[in-house]
Ligand binder design. Structure first.
Ligand code: MN
Length: 229
């Protein structure tokens, strides 16, 4: 073992439902505007444009059930409920027909967004990182294994805030489905075991405030809860 100049940080990881094992997380990729109605509400053309991606640091994960501290530097913190895909394999130029073989499992996640910072970045032609990749910006449930549930490609995805429905969609409404997303992303970067992909959000994104209780759901995958602190 090499010795390190400072203590090694703990590897980010997600629990796995039905096991005592942890799934180590390498990278978090996120798909932008992957549901037509959400693209429309953000002022974009919902036609089938090429997908685009951004990232969050792996240590932005926050376990479901946590209090998410209201982040600094924003007055417009938005929720985006998403199906999360966890990879057990990787590679480059993966054909869509082979992509699901690389999937370990699925989770329910929130792509929390400092919309004001993201908006300023868009206007200025600057990176989105500080709007998307801040501390605790990726609340996520435990993973359920594909070996247990299969590969969900339809079914409800929704988010309630204080019991009131805010977002609702169907996984079948993704512009780029999960295998297509994996295939496309693998033409840009070499994917590897431990990578997560947040697969985009349906319409209804909106701001939350301190004390709000968020409940998210994806049919066949699970339920997420987060309270804004
Ligand atoms: Mn998103």
């Amino acid at each position: 073992m090499p010795s390190y100049a400072i203590p090694l940080p703990n590897p980010p990881a997600l629990p796995v439902v039905g096991t005592s094992e942890l799934f180590p997380v390498r990278r978090i990729y996120c798909v932008g505007r992957n549901y037509a109605a959400h693209a429309r509400e953000m002022g974009h053309n919902p036609d089938r444009e090429e997908p685009f991606f951004f990232m969050k640091p792996a240590d932005a994960l926050l376990p479901s059930g946590s209090v998410m501290p209201y982040p600094p530097a924003t007055k417009d913190l938005h929720h985006e409920i998403e199906l999360v895909v966890a990879l057990k394999g990787g590679g480059a130029d993966i054909p869509a027909e082979k992509a699901l073989d690389l999937v370990y499992g699925y989770a329910v996640g929130l792509d929390m967004t400092r919309r004001d910072l993201q908006g300023m970045a868009k206007t200025a032609g600057r990176p989105w990182d500080m709007g998307k990749g801040f501390d605790n910006s990726a609340p996520c449930t435990a993973l359920v294994r594909a070996a247990q549930i299969g590969h969900p490609d339809k079914g409800a995805i929704w988010l309630k805030v204080n019991g009131v429905e805010r977002q609702k969609g169907d996984l079948a409404d993704m512009i780029w489905n999960v295998p297509e997303t994996i295939a496309y992303l693998s033409t840009l970067v070499t994917l590897a075991p431990g990578d997560l992909i947040f697969s985009g959000t349906p319409e209804g994104v909106k701001a939350v405030v301190r004390g709000d209780r968020l409940e998210g759901h994806v049919d066949g995958v699970g339920d997420l809860t987060v309270t804004i602190g």
